[in-house]
Design a protein around this ligand. Sequence first.
Ligand code: C5P
Length: 286
Amino acid sequence: MKSVILRSPAKLNLSLKVLRKRADGYHDLKTIFERINLCDEIMFKPTADGAVRIRCSHPHVPCGPKNLIFRTARLLQEKFRVKAGVEVFLNKRIPVAAGLAGGSSNAATAFKGLNMIWKLKMPLAEMVDLAKEVGSDVPFFLHDCSWALGLSRGDEIHRLDLKTTLWHVLVVPRLKMYSSEVFANLNLQLTKPGDDVNILIRYLKNKNIIRVGRLLSNDLESSILELRSSLRCIRERLLIYKEVEGVSFSGSGPAIFGITQNQQQAEKLQALLSKRYSQVYAVRTL
Ligand code: C5P
C-alpha cells in the first residue's frame, strides 16, 4: 500500500453541560458537537521497520509519545502485533490546545489512516472502543458526522441527523488552555441547573439561527474566564456586532466563536476582527 492523505477537522461545542464529577476523576457531560471546516491534513506512509516517525509543519507540536497520533500508532501496533511502522506528516492548521480538539481529531484520523495502510480491518465500533483510551473527544471524529450529541465523558456519541449548516466567526487567542486545568478549576455549584440541549437541537433542526444563538452555553465558561480574565474583553467585543447571534467558548477554550446568519457576515467580521486579533477564521459546519 502506498501512502494516504486524510483530512482532520476541528470541532466546536454549541452547548456543553457538565452534569457531575465521576469517581474516575472525569466529568459526565451532555454536549453538542459540530464538525467545522478548519482542518489539518495528515499523510500516512507505511514502512518496513516498526518505527513511528512523525514530522509536523508546526514547530511546537510534540512529535513523540505526547502526540496523540504517536499514541494511537503504538496502541494499534501492540493490539494487532503490527510489525510495520509508519511515517507521518502532519500539516497543522488547527490551533493547538484551543478547545478545538485538533489533537483528538488527529488521533481519530490516525485510527482511519493506520487501519487502511496496515490493513487492520477494524470495524467502526472497535475503533471507537479503543479511541476512548486515547481521549474523550476522539470518538466523535470517528463517526464522520457533522453533528452529534456527546454523553458520558463526551465519548458516547449519538449522531444527530441535521441538515443544518451554520457559519461562525472564530477567534483563537494565542494562549493555551488545558482541559485538565479548566475542569479542575470548575465550581459545579455555580453551573446552571437547567438543561436546554434538547431545545437547542430542535432549533438547529428548524435552522432557527437566532434562537440557536441565544441558547449557546458552556458550563466551563466561568472557569475559563477565572483562569484567563483577558478573554472577557474578546467575548464582549464579539457581542457588540449586530451580525453575531450568540457567543460561546468551544470546549475548555480559549477558542471563542460567534454565530452569524451567513457566510458573508462571518467573512466581514473575520476581516474586521483580524485587525485586532491574530487568529481569526470564518468557518462553517462540515
Ligand atoms: O480525555 P481527555 O484526555 O481529552 O481529557 C483531558 C482532561 O480533561 C482529563 O484528564 C480531565 O481532567 C478532563 N476531562 C474531564 N471530564 C471529561 C473530559 C475531560 O474532567 N468528560
